[in-house]
Design a protein around this ligand. Structure first.
Ligand code: FAD
Ligand code: EPU
Length: 297
């Protein structure tokens, strides 16, 4: 992909998310440093694999920036235990490759449909392990420059990170542990088993974070919410913390459903998903041109 001339396109964001909900935005696909610098000059949102996003039916007015194929560097993964990978690398492929190479550390992330950058941002994980277990260092574009930060500067906790405002992760350095393909595969069986109760249809994974010491899914189930439906958004019968899209769900449907769940569950539930657009949406990332008036590059 050539860098400098990136042509933004008008897209329906729902098509780029796993929940398949959300209106239009201007999509900038950056294939190299120069195009990423250009794309992040104005306020923007960063899109990974779109597997933890609820996007408003109205879309977003700001740019949506995503990393192009040059940032998906799975083929560069040659079995070294200490490895830099592009932030658009698909996590499922990485988890499989690490297993085949006999490298341990990522098996707890089996079944998480993220890109590496999105997995760092969410500190994706299961009770078998989180991305932060293997993350050593990241590279990011910040204010038009590429900078590196150690993992411990990112405030990674359960489903939480504190990236500097305006940062786009471009690469991540993971440190895996030597094992054998057989041992890693054996460890994956338990992770796979833990996922057996999760729905296989359109969703964005768990909607809410687990409250300390409990499972939001269990609480939602116990409150009798499975099968609760607003429009085409429904609480999955398989797992209480999964909202599924039966076909034509809107963000309004999903919001109303989340509200109905919160009314029925006595414990306060914090949303795990990131929200774009609408009154409760997160603010866009600041573009660097407003912060560094003379520009860069
Ligand atoms: P997106 O959803 O695209 O974005 C999430 C956030 O990360 C956004 O704020 C976005 O701006 C930011 N972001 C993405 N890329 C970058 C980047 N390069 N630089 C800066 N910011 C960036 N999650 C778990 O933790 N554990 C699970 O077991 C799990 N199971 C799931 C199962 C299913 C079927 C589904 C659909 C989802 C599941 N999830 C799970 C949720 C989701 O996969 C994770 O939160 C994942 O880390 C999101 O990554 P993404 O690339 O899709 O990011
Ligand atoms: N449970 C119920 N009813 C339900 C769902 C769960 O009774 O509808 C019970 C289960 O029987 C079990 C307990 O609650 O006793 C925990 O359930 P589960 O093992 O499914 O784990 P979870 O806490 O609901 C978490 C993560 C998932 C991750 C799984 C597997 C969160 C919010 N969820 O779910 O992550 O895949 O563990 O380790 O932390 C995600 O974050 O998007 C996600 C899918």
């Amino acid at each position: 992909m050539s860098g400098a001339a990136i042509a933004p396109e008008r897209v329906r964001l729902g098509a780029l998310t796993t929940l398949k909900v959300g209106g239009e935005a201007e999509l900038w696909t950056a294939g190299d440093e120069a195009s990423l610098r250009e794309a992040t000059a104005e306020p923007f949102f960063v899109l990974g694999a779109g597997s933890n996003l609820l996007v408003s039916d109205a879309g977003v007015a700001e740019r949506v920036v995503r990393l192009g194929p040059p940032y998906a560097t799975l083929t560069a993964f040659d079995g070294a235990a200490d490895v830099w990978l592009g932030a658009a690398t698909p996590l499922p492929g990485l988890v499989r490759r690490a297993q085949r190479a006999g490298l341990s550390g990522l098996e707890g992330l089996l079944g998480v449909p993220a890109q590496l950058g999105g997995a760092v941002t969410m500190n994706a994980g299961t009770r078998f392990g989180s991305l932060s277990d293997t993350l050593v260092e990241v590279e990011m574009m910040l204010d038009g420059d590429l900078v590196r930060l150690p993992a411990d500067a990112l405030g990674l906790r359960y489903r939480h990170s504190e990236l500097p405002p305006g940062a786009v992760l471009t690469r991540a350095r993971l440190r895996l542990t030597a094992s054998t393909p057989e041992r890693v595969a054996a460890a994956m069986i338990a992770v796979d088993d833990a996922r057996k109760g999760q729905p296989k249809v359109k969703s964005a994974g768990c909607a809410f974070k687990n409250p300390a010491g409990d499972s939001a899914g269990r609480l939602i189930d116990r409150a009798g919410c499975k099968g609760l439906r607003v429009g085409d958004a429904m609480i999955a019968h398989e797992h209480g913390n999964f909202v599924i899209n039966l076909g034509a769900a809107t963000s309004r449907d999903v919001d109303d459903l989340l509200e109905a769940v919160r009314e029925r569950v006595s414990v306060a539930l914090e949303l795990e998903w990131r929200r774009w657009g609408g009154a409760d949406g997160e603010p866009p990332q600041p573009g660097w041109s407003a912060r560094t008036p003379r520009g860069k590059g």
